[in-house]
Design a protein around this ligand. Structure first.
Ligand code: HGY
Ligand code: MN
Ligand code: MN
Length: 430
């Protein structure tokens, strides 16, 4: 079989893609659009719809032990390791319609356009909906992609949600098989390449008048779960001097986090406390306990570790001065990951051939691709986010921007199918 075949032109259909985005977005908590949080009945409902759409395009569908939904379209050369694309269908609470969903639905559209044009790939193609890419009630992100590469530990599986269920039970509720996770589900060579399209979730593309981002690396992320323990007291009868106010202490510490992040010169670093719980959270009780999560992101582990060393020292001295007790635990680490140069050049070549304005850029957001990179060469395609907004209902990417991204993904997959087939033939000929 000659790897370099002249193929008919395949054109994505922007209206069809827009319809699928709207159909999946409609699976949301109506009170808090757009919410389809991981492990929820809505998440499961969205996956039933996705599996049906995959089947309608001739893909076989299955849920692997890591509760990843995988659609497969057999290639003409099934002996070649499959190519893969996809993203995640879970959202943050009151998130957007595009974060994750765009990557899966654009992949479906690219496949639909190939089918319309009568194009068959040499490689089997997998479209993957990774389980729980977003941080969730088990306090861990990228759960399905961690499971796939063997990065989910036995301790992780015993993490419990506020409702008392373990992550193992949560994964089983999504069709996974936690007992089958003592080994990686996939190892090097099981996939030939993974390309993920995602919204940028920042302002670089829009402010630069660009159509496509070619991702060079994915930021490292560490999350620290902190518990401040003071003493609950009557808010009226307790003099200020006699208080051990956990929330006032947390507030002083959190402002310190912000100051230290702004002062970081080594590498761009961001620090966020987006989740905070006050106990007992009553207007007339001095807060006795505060739980919060500090999230730190930077391009290098060194910058993250240096920042955390500084702020944990500062946290201790503030707690002592205020008579508070402090407990802190690292909750999951995503190492920074470089994208494959081969895949980056395939994406840039596709954008160039399509006359699209493109630029290489890092990702400040975490992605499943960061874990899949342990299996095979990976790359990411970014499309613009309006006003750089994401993780909120205002998140928006226009149908034409999504269609441009879909055409780039389609062109990239066709190019990789040809070049990787030729590489395999050359290896076999040796
Ligand atoms: O948090 C992130 O970076 C991604 O959106 N889950
Ligand atoms: Mn997200
Ligand atoms: Mn995402």
């Amino acid at each position: 079989m000659n790897a370099v075949v002249s193929r008919p032109r395949a054109n994505v259909n922007a209206a069809r893609l827009e319809r699928r985005i709207a159909d999946l977005a409609a699976v949301t908590d109506p009170q808090f659009p757009w919410s389809r949080t991981a492990f929820s009945p809505l998440h499961r409902e969205g996956r039933v719809w996705l599996a049906r759409e995959m089947a309608s395009l001739g893909l076989s569908t299955a849920i692997d032990a890591g509760a990843n939904l995988i659609g497969r379209l057999r290639g003409q050369r099934p002996e070649l390791a499959p190519m893969a694309t996809g993203s995640h269908s879970d959202t943050v609470p009151s998130g957007g319609r595009f974060d994750g969903a765009a990557g899966i639905l654009v992949a479906l559209e690219a496949l639909h356009a190939m089918r319309d044009a009568g194009i068959e790939l040499n490689h089997t193609l997998e479209i993957i909906d990774f389980l729980a890419e977003e941080p969730n009630q088990y306090g861990l992100s990228c759960i399905g992609s961690r499971a796939m590469v063997g990065a989910l530990t036995a301790a992780d599986l015993q993490r419990t949600a506020p409702d008392g269920t373990t992550l193992s039970e949560g994964m089983a509720s999504m069709g996974g098989d936690p007992d089958g996770l003592d080994m990686p589900l996939r190892t090097q060579g099981d996939l030939s390449v993974f390309v993920e399209l995602h919204i940028e979730q920042g302002r670089v593309l829009e402010s630069g008048g660009l159509d496509i981002g070619v991702v060079t690396d994915i930021v490292g992320i560490r999350r620290l779960e902190v518990r401040m323990m003071g003493r609950a007291d009557h808010s009226g009868a307790t003099p200020m001097i006699m208080r051990a106010d956990a929330l006032a202490g947390a507030a002083e510490i959190i402002v310190g986090f912000e100051r230290r992040a702004e002062a970081e010169k080594l590498a761009p670093l961001v620090a966020t406390v987006g989740k905070l719980n006050v106990i007992p959270n009553a207007a007339n009780v001095v807060p006795g306990q505060v739980d919060f999560t500090l999230e730190v992101r930077a391009a290098t582990e060194a910058a993250i570790i240096g920042y955390l060393a500084d702020v944990t020292g500062e946290m201790q001295s503030i707690a002592e001065r205020r008579g508070l007790k402090l407990a802190a635990e690292m909750a999951g680490t995503n190492l920074p990951v470089k994208m494959s140069l081969m895949v980056q050049s395939a994406i840039a070549g596709a954008a160039e051939a399509l006359g699209l304005r493109h630029q290489a850029m890092p990702s400040g957001a975490g992605h499943d691709a960061a874990f899949v990179a342990r299996l095979c060469p990976v790359g990411m395609i970014f499309v613009p986010s309006k006003d750089g907004r994401s993780h909120c209902p205002e998140e928006y990417t226009s149908p034409s921007q999504l269609a441009a991204g879909a055409q780039v993904l389609l062109t990239t997959l066709l190019h990789l199918d040809t070049t990787l087939t030729r590489d395999a033939q050359l290896r076999n000929a040796q």
